[in-house]
Write a protein that binds this ligand. Structure first.
Ligand SMILES: *[C@@H]1O[C@H](CO)[C@@H](O)[C@H](O)[C@H]1NC(C)=O
Ligand SMILES: *[C@@H]1O[C@H](CO)[C@@H](O)[C@H](O)[C@H]1NC(C)=O
Length: 294
């Protein structure tokens, strides 16, 4: 084999043809690769040399970002025809990201290597993005939606296809804060999440309704409940406008309440000690309640 190599090199020299140096080539042929985590992925390392005999590349190895030779397994290597070694990931994680190196011997003497940087990214997800959200006129509002991913996406909010821009509005990573809601805040909001390095781009629509508080009747302004005992608040509203009866959910306290819907009124039954906070009433009236130790 060594003999073959010497002959082919001298042929090049005699014919004055420009001989390409033997080299290793990785496919896909990029020095930085991005691939979604959790999905099977493969890299091929192939030896290339002009006029070389098959099998001229020996001792082919893939080396992981920690400098260890990769054996069969996950990720694992597999010969793939002569002069080629494939590196396969079955379910890559973000932690598997790094610089992978392929090495080989050419003609049993010349050591060759090539490397590639690979980033396994987590796809964009939207957390706390209810498709329909309600705000109350005159109150502080929060439209909740948090895009997450690795790398972290850039976030852009639009309302009715226009960039959200208002003095009353602050965009945060978890959603939009509105200092004092007006009817104009109603509309179709679109959250865009974009990761430039991977090109991943996702959108989420949120329909925002702005509700006007109805006049609430039958509602105690303040009440004292006994810890551990069931307590029922009846909340009714006058019917001067079409009422969308729903208890809205401004705070985690609501998990302590069991909401019962009646035809014309809502009952909230307290099942455990109330913590401080508020509980929403039909179409937006806010009912404050107080800790029993107040
Ligand atoms: C690959 O990653 C290493 C270590 O992070 C860095 O030094 C090198 O510049 C990167 N190469 C490319 C081509 O991005
Ligand atoms: C958001 O709504 C618009 C307008 O109705 C629609 O064209 C678009 O496909 C929706 N996008 C998503 C991600 O649902």
């Amino acid at each position: 084999m060594f003999l073959n190599l010497s002959i082919s090199l001298s042929v090049c020299q005699i014919l004055l043809v420009k001989c390409e140096e033997p080299r290793l080539v990785i496919s896909p042929p990029l020095s930085s690769l991005y691939a979604p985590a959790g999905k099977p992925f493969g890299l091929m390392c192939k030896g290339e040399a002009q006029d070389a005999e098959d099998g001229a590349f020996t001792n082919m190895e893939w080396i992981n970002p920690r400098g260890e030779i990769i054996q069969e397994g996950t990720p694992g290597v597999k010969e793939y025809g002569l002069d080629s070694l494939k590196l396969s990931f079955v379910e890559p994680k973000a932690d598997d990201s790094g610089t992978y190196k392929c090495t080989a011997l050419y003609g049993n003497t010349k050591t060759l290597e090539v490397n590639t940087n690979i980033t396994f990214y987590d796809d964009i997800k939207f957390e706390n993005c209810e498709p329909i959200q309600n705000l109350i006129v005159g109150k502080k509002g929060f439209i909740s939606c948090r895009p997450v991913g690795n790398p972290q996406p850039n976030i852009n909010w639009e309302k009715n296809k226009q960039r959200v821009r208002s003095e009353r509005v602050a965009v945060t990573p978890a959603g939009i804060e509105i200092s004092s809601v007006t009817k104009e805040d109603e509309g179709l909001y679109t959250v865009e999440a974009f990761v430039p390095t991977t090109g991943t781009n996702k959108y989420k629509n949120i329909t925002v309704n702005v509700l006007t508080p109805p006049r609430i009747i039958e509602l105690p302004e303040e009440f004292v409940a006994i810890q551990g005992e069931e307590y029922t608040i009846t909340c009714g509203a006058d019917g001067s406008q079409p009422l969308a009866y729903s208890w809205f959910d401004p705070c985690p306290i609501c998990s302590a309440w069991r909401i019962l819907t009646r035809e014309k009124q809502h009952l909230a039954e307290m099942e455990s000690e109330p913590r401080g906070g508020g509980l929403g009433c039909p179409s937006g009236g806010l009912l404050d309640f107080y800790r029993s130790d107040r």
